[in-house]
Design a protein around this ligand. Structure first.
Ligand SMILES: [Zn+2]
Ligand SMILES: [Zn+2]
Ligand SMILES: [Zn+2]
Length: 782
């Protein structure tokens, strides 16, 4: 092979030529101008062009310069790029002397991806705040390294005419930047300036335009005066108030009819973030990634953030400005921290259209700061946290969508519709799964519309025509009914997947495993193969199937969904199942219940009226929180559990759990035997502690440790039977950082290899990813 290579004598010595292919997210992210600049700096000739899967480069020059070039590709790539693979091969030198960017046609069919939206880069931010720059204070500046992408794109290919920038015609100066390979704005599709691009306007709550010379300054004045302003962002409108102003925050809550749910806070900069929260290095790094997710961080004692922002919770959801407009809100003037919450009513999709926003939010907002660039894809802010030392995505949306999550198999074209709450759908083909943005709870016609909108867009974007549709087993989910109808109309195959199998399979696939593994799925609600509600499960899982090895002992949910909203009902159900007399004086006092309420619930349970049985770990947390914290009603799912996690004191967890460790008990169930994880003794220990006056924070800590230990014991038993030494942790309860940490540490102490989610949500947002890999494995086995 090396014999065929010809080196030529160039001006600077012996010339060599190499072909370099780069795979990953390298189109529409400024990769070509970056390579152009790099080639110039290293004095290399050749060319670069986009191809089907990434970019193709040929470079020619001195050997050590070529080596440096390849090393710098990875080390210095643009912030929005992601390199999955670089391959280098030797070519014969041609004696070229210049470096060119070649047209895509030259290299054949170009890949059709759309990049994710990215935060304003440091160069653009400098221009934004530089009075001498022609884009000084221009709220829509961007370049190839930053700016909106997915949210402004109508269809492929990602080119200006296919985006909502199509109606803005670039001025001569912008066009010159766009055409110059050496410019940071070379082929930056949303390139714009004061002269040619989108403009802001300030609008009253009735939709009438308000006169303002400087809409940003007028908006800042209103916010500083305590008003609620709906601000059009990248993926939708935010409702915004000054986060320091308690009265303003409470007015927003009242108008939005949302009382308990924590509100996200955008801070001026990293210094402001540090003043408000105690941040680890990992959290600071996560805050500053180009995706700019909302990061859950511990609130600093004595911080001046209004108490109403996150009532009863010592954490805040914090994020940094990611659009030029947001930087301008903080750049001058008094604002340091703003509540920035998705502009919607209850759990409807986020508003994106100007008229739609006024119609839906006129009752909430005092004014609107809008602009004339259309948002074509609604996209909420993503939410992430550092769990056990590493970032974990809790809600995957802006900044991540539509980037693919790789799988280690070849999937035929398929669609997975996910679950019901925190819905996310997925399309798969080959080695890639494309998850949609967070679509919210599929409970209304508007939410279903958003679901369909997003599906059509993804199908168009990635040119995937699914041949199989995958759904959850729950017969009552809107997504299940929709999947069946869709498949029927189009004559597609259908595959139903058990909820917790999907959770665990997603975690396995993230780590490239096909199993078998021991899967621990701790969750809120998921339909089981026995028709009951599962959620505290130990599964022996492969991608194409599973056995149920152990589960939390069933307890009744008196009132069904009402028991999710009213945790005291859950507590009554759990205590009744554990053999306590729920009508005794002591129990009534504990539950904060009237005698006849308790009697009615007890009768419902005994007569099996609207009292489904559940093994849900989330519901067990609810029940315990109701008893320990006296919570009767919650505003959002998991609120009670979060309260419990928040008050748990620090202590040497694993050895402090005493009698809180659930017992394992083998029982016959269905066609085989299963290990029941029984909590009767734990409840007795909890009540003893309560009556002895043990502080709630200590009880909460022992409970976390006990539950973790119960599942670790179940995994150890599973290992004895199966010889499997790998545990995958999944389910919505993995957002509980204390529980996740205790499980991981305890399992590793027992010698297990432990897998946790990273790029896919452990909650129901990750279901469609798991459904995809299960269906692909089943189809491959056929
Ligand atoms: Zn930029
Ligand atoms: Zn311009
Ligand atoms: Zn779930």
């Amino acid at each position: 092979m090396s014999g065929e290579i010809h080196a030529k004598q160039g001006r600077h010595g012996l010339q060599h030529r190499r072909g370099v292919t780069v795979r990953g997210v390298v189109q529409g992210v400024g990769f070509r101008p970056f390579v152009y600049r790099l080639a110039h700096e290293e004095g290399l000739a050749g060319f670069i062009g986009n191809d089907t899967d990434g970019v193709t480069i040929e470079v020619e020059g001195a050997a050590e310069r070529l080596d440096a070039f390849v090393a710098r590709l990875r080390a210095e790539m643009p912030p929005m790029a992601r390199i999955d693979a670089i391959t280098v091969r030797q070519l014969a030198a041609l004696g070229e002397t210049a470096f060119r960017i070649v047209a895509s046609e030259v290299l054949g069919r170009v890949s059709t991806g759309i990049p994710a939206d990215a935060a304003t880069c440091a160069d653009c931010l400098r221009e934004l705040l530089d009075p001498a720059d022609r884009r000084y204070r221009y709220p829509f500046l961007n370049c190839t390294n930053c700016g909106p992408r997915y949210t402004i794109t109508r269809r492929i290919p990602y080119d200006r005419p296919q985006t909502s920038m199509a109606r803005f015609h670039m001025c001569a100066e912008c066009q010159a930047e766009y055409d110059d390979p050496a410019n940071r704005r070379f082929h930056a599709q949303p390139n714009a300036c004061w002269a040619c691009g989108p403009q802001l306007s300030l609008v009253g709550s009735d939709g009438e335009a308000l006169t303002a010379d400087d809409p940003v300054a007028a908006c800042v004045d209103r916010l500083a005066a305590g008003e609620i302003v709906a601000i059009k962002g990248i993926g939708g409108f935010h409702l915004s108030v000054d986060a320091i102003n308690q009265a303003a925050v409470m007015r927003l809550r009242e108008r939005k009819h949302r009382y308990g749910k924590p509100l996200a806070v955008m801070v001026r900069d990293l210094d402001a973030a540090r003043e408000i929260c105690v941040l680890t290095d990992a959290e600071e790094a996560l805050l500053q990634t180009p995706a700019r997710p909302i990061v859950l961080a511990r609130r600093r004692e004595g911080s001046d953030i209004a108490a109403g922002v996150a009532p009863g919770i010592p954490w805040l959801g914090l994020f940094l400005p990611y659009a030029p407009l947001q930087h301008l809100l903080f750049a001058s003037g008094p604002l340091r921290a703003l509540v920035m919450t998705s502009a919607n009513l209850s759990d409807e999709p986020i508003a994106i259209d100007n008229d739609e926003a006024v119609a839906r939010l006129g009752e909430i907002a005092d004014a609107f700061l809008m602009h004339d660039r259309e948002i074509l894809q609604r996209c909420d802010d993503s939410v992430a946290a550092i769990v056990d030392g590493a970032p974990q995505l809790i809600r995957r949306a802006r900044g991540f969508v539509p980037l693919s999550v790789p799988v280690q198999m070849d999937a035929p074209p398929l669609l997975a519709v996910g679950g019901h709450l925190k819905s996310v759908l997925a399309l798969a083909r080959g080695r890639f799964v494309y998850q949609s943005q967070h679509l919210g709870d599929l409970e209304s016609a508007t939410a279903l519309e958003f679901f369909k909108e997003s599906l059509e867009h993804l199908m168009r974007t990635f040119e995937i025509e699914p041949r199989t549709v995958v759904h959850d087993l729950h017969p009552g989910y809107l997504s299940t009914a929709w999947a069946k109808k869709f498949a029927h109309e189009r004559g597609l195959a259908l595959i139903g997947v058990q909820h917790h199998h999907a959770h665990v399979a997603g975690c396995m696939a993230e780590h490239g495993l096909t199993g078998p593994v021991i899967g621990i799925a701790l969750d809120g609600t998921g339909y089981g193969t026995d028709g009951r509600i599962w959620g505290g499960e130990v599964l022996i899982a492969r991608l194409d199937g599973f056995d149920r090895f152990a589960h939390l002992e069933y307890m009744p949910m008196p009132g069904g969904d009402a028991a999710v909203r009213e945790p005291w009902r859950m507590a009554l159900g759990a205590l009744h199942a554990a053999g306590f007399d729920v009508e005794s004086e002591q129990m009534l006092a504990l539950l904060g219940a009237e005698r006849n309420e308790a009697r009615i619930l007890k009768r419902m349970i005994e007569r099996k009226i609207n009292s489904p049985m559940t093994s849900s770990c989330g519901r067990l947390f609810d029940a315990l929180a109701a008893v320990v914290l006296g919570i009767r009603v919650v505003d959002y799912e998991a609120q009670a559990a979060i309260g419990l996690e928040c008050i748990a004191v620090d202590e040497p967890d694993r050895f402090e759990q005493g009698d809180y460790v659930p017992e394992l008990h083998t029982a016959e169930e269905g066609s085989g035997s299963v290990a029941l994880i029984r909590t009767g003794k734990m409840w007795k220990a909890v009540l003893d502690d309560l009556w002895r006056g043990v502080p709630a924070g200590r009880i909460a800590a022992r409970f976390h440790a006990g539950i973790a230990e119960g599942f670790i014991n179940a995994a150890a038993n599973a290992r004895i039977e199966t010889d499997i030494n790998t545990v995958a942790l999944s389910g919505g309860c993995m957002a509980n950082r204390r529980l996740a940490r205790l499980l991981r540490a305890g399992l590793e102490e027992e010698g297990f290899t432990v897998l946790q989610h990273r790029n896919v949500s452990p909650g129901d947002g990750g279901l469609s990813y798991g459904q995809t890999v299960i269906a692909a494995a089943i189809l491959a086995g056929k």
